[in-house]
Structure formats: structure tokens, C-alpha cells
Design a protein around this ligand. Sequence first.
Ligand SMILES: *Cc1c(COP(=O)(O)O)cnc(C)c1O
Length: 402
Amino acid sequence: MSKYFGQFGGQYTGEVLKPALAELEAAFLNILPTEEFQKEYHILLRDYVGRPTPLYFAERTTKDLNGAKVYIKLEGLANTGAHKINNALGQVLLAQKMGKTRVIAETGAGQHGVATAAAAAKLGLACEVFMGEVDVARQQPNVFLMKQYGAKVTPVSDGTRTLKDAVNRTLKEWAGCSSDTLYILGSALGPYPYPDMVRTFQQIIGQEIRQSILEREGRLPDMLIACCGGGSNSIGTFTPFINDTVSLVAVEAGGKGKHLGDHAVRMNGNGHLGIIEGYKSFFIQNGEGQVLPTHSISAGLDYAGIGPELAFLGEKGRIKFESATDTEVLNAYQYFAQKEGLLFAMESAHAAAYALRIVPKLTKEAIVCITMSGRGDKDIFITAKELYKAEWIKFLKNECEK
Ligand SMILES: *Cc1c(COP(=O)(O)O)cnc(C)c1O
């Protein structure tokens, strides 16, 4: 257990947060590994989340691409629709065991807020979610869902009124209320111990892949592909394979193209080392350390920073970083909908898009596994507008006039 991954990571926060982080570290090291905690967590994963999620053999895709054999890990079938619940539920359960009665969380697109609100409802804790005003305005379906789960959604009007402002605000809030409240952080980033803890809760994805593929193929896959925003579904997929000769590919948001502001690619020389939101990693920023705007068709991959362990493993060459453009992502989304009857979330469709590029180049003996981090129902307000703009706008207008 280390605060650093090479030069990345750490715990760069003001003194006011140190006691709360120390208490969390103690709980992470002493409560989380206990048999009692693990047993309760795994029963919840089974009965409430619906784990294990299926490892699905994409037979028609495999035939069509005529290269490697393609498997897809269906995290989108987890309750609330994505992998985020694995982590949110784990942290909320830890909060309960720490004797806390309330949780707070940041959210950008709203996916982590939804997962946290649902987990808090399930375990009977109060929940408040901080969300940039801009995100509140453009992510109404998730705001609605959070409220249905009984959470309070508080708009944040600082800075650019988006995710990074919500993170800063939640950290600030936490400093003042940590005696009864735990901050539930949504990706494998932030100050130590969050990156370690989020990875610990998400590695169930890779553990299940490993077990199912060994049962079915009698060997490990040759390549794992996962999309990468902050990095929780990718590090969760990759961790159980880090010491094997399996190639690991993380796919970032290539957006509209290579110009600054048009994408959210932090690796391969696009991001610069900085210390932001309590940790050291690569961020898309200017010379003054100001975080710059990013773009992606997927609301969950447009974060300007990247989890420190991902940055470290990328620098080391253990994880290869690729990207997919918005156009490739929409194509992949439609391909898998029509070829397999599977609706990928826009985030996860980045992994799918890279698979469509690489699989035909591999031999028939090769096995590739794509992590579908979430399902695409949530994206209907994006995908419908992209694909059938006129009809969709007409529908929305009619609904408003009723
Ligand atoms: C939030 C989200 C992501 C991006 O977050 P990571 O921490 O990189 O996994 C990816 N897919 C889905 C479906 C999400 O909701």
C-alpha cells in the first residue's frame, strides 16, 4: 500500500482534510479486509447489483470481423446500469461501518451520483450530491434519478460550474462535516487512499473475467480493452492481469479531433504533469496550471485528469493508451446494437470502437475481451439527437406542448 505510483498520486490536500483522510485510510486498511465486511459486500454485489455480470461471447461479431475471438464483459447489466455501483456500494458500506450517517459525492455526468444515491438508499444513509450548474442543466435525466433515490442534489456555481468544481466543493464540504459524513469518490483518482480504494472495489470486474475465461477457454485472454475516463473501470478490469502477458489497452476520448479543446486525451504527450484535486497526474492544462476545457460525445470520459495508477502504468508501457473519435464511437455503438443486440454506453463504445479496429488484424487463435462499462439507455438524449435530429427535436417539442 503506497501513497504513490512512481511519481504519480500522493495526498496533496490542505491540512483541514488530513484528519478525515486519515480516518478513511484507517477504515480502508482495517475494516475493508475483514471477513465480516467482505461477506456483506459480496452478498450485496450478488443480490443487489446482480453479480457476477455475464462474460458474453460475441459470436456474430467474431464471425464478421474474421480475426480474434471477441468476448464482452457486461457491466451494463449491473443495477443502475454501469460499473460505478461496485465502487459506490463499497464506499457507502464502508461509511456505514465507520458509523457515518451521511454520504456526499461529486458528480459530472451524473452516473456516479446516481450510483451513490442508490447505494445510500439501499443502506439507509442520507445522501447529498454536488454537481456543477452547467452539468445540472444538461444532465436532467440523472438529476431526476438521484432525486428519486432520495438524494439532495446541490448545484455548484464556482469556476466553470462543471465536474472539477464539484470535486473541489465536495472536498471543502467534507472538511467541515467528516464527523458524521464520508465523501464517496467516483473514480480511481483524488488524494490517497481513494485511488487504491476505488481500484480495490472495481477489480471484481477483472477477477470475474479471469475466472469465466479460464473456465471457458482454459487460458487467459490475449488482450483486454476498456475505456478510460478517470480510470476506474479500466484499472478494475486490468488489475488482476497486471503480472500476466496479457496486453492491456485503455481507450481515451478522441472527441472531434486532435486540437486542444476538441478531445480528452491525457496520455501520449497530450496532458501535462500537475497537482490538481489532491493528486499528481497528467491533466489537460495550460502553462499556468489552469485546467482546460475538453470535449467528448460521452459525458463520462471528458474529465481533464487521469487516475495516477493509470498514468504510471501508461508511462511504464504496461498499459497501452489509444483513443477513439466521436464518429468512430457512434459507429461502434450502432455496430454492436445491430450485430449483437447490445447497447453500449457512449463511454464503453470507445473500447468497442478500438476493438473494431484491432480485432480484424489479430489471428483467429487470439482472444480479446472488451469491458462494456455501462449500457446505453442513459444516452438516448445524445444518441437520438446525433442520429435522428429532426424527429427527436419534433418529439421533444410535442412533449413540451402537451
Ligand atoms: C463514469 C463512466 C465511465 C468513466 O469512468 P472510469 O472511472 O474511467 O471508469 C465509463 N463508463 C461508464 C458507463 C461510466 O458511467
